[in-house]
Write a protein that binds this ligand. Sequence first.
Ligand code: AR6
Length: 218
Amino acid sequence: MAARSASRELNVSEIPTVLEEYARHSLHRDPGVVHPPSAMLNRKLSVLREDITKVSADAIVNAANNRLAGGAGVNGAIQAAAGAQLLQECLTLNGCETGDAKITKGYMLPARHVIHTVGPIYYQHDRQVANRLLESCYLRSLQVAVENDVKTIAFPSISTGIFGFPIMEASPVALNTVRQFLQSAEGSTIERVIFVLFGKEDEQVYRMTIPKYFPQSD
Ligand code: AR6
């Protein structure tokens, strides 16, 4: 594939779905399935390695901090690409609890909105609590999306950078929570969830885990 220029936006319509990836054999069956196959759900999920600030979804999710202040990692990248107005709006929101989510405009981003969620710092909690808080990040982000008429949403891998959550443990939580939400009545208006991974190894972990939660449907 030709390299994309640094400034190019990526439209959701250009991103293959998991259903398409199974058909072209870029995703593979796994015998250890957790949920039954569903073509309808496989049409609503995508995974790719990209800078999330380039994704032109209705909303992108930010892995933020409790003060909704600036930071490093994906937060720093989103703040830099959106421009100073994003931080100004964030600072009017009175922060955000760990496991909760709040929405702002996207300003100079191609995405219309940013949904800011605060993941757990892994080593500050016992495992069960950390897992529950991470699950809440994905659930609350999706609920805030639906409340704001967001139909396409891109997630980074929350908490797995500076906050130290192992991606092997975080990815099943992310995929399971998204799967449960998409198959619920509450989640029926969501048309696409895109997992946007930054590192090659992170993408590989997701590609290994997706077939357990969104198995091949034919
Ligand atoms: N696009 C997609 N993913 C990215 C990008 C990008 N442009 N940049 C980094 N990642 P992190 P956390 C990946 O540390 O662990 C901030 O300072 C990265 O490789 O951004 O939830 C906040 O202010 C990793 O896989 O978020 C908080 O204080 C994932 O995004 C704290 O860090 C998450 O890594 C939040 O830590």
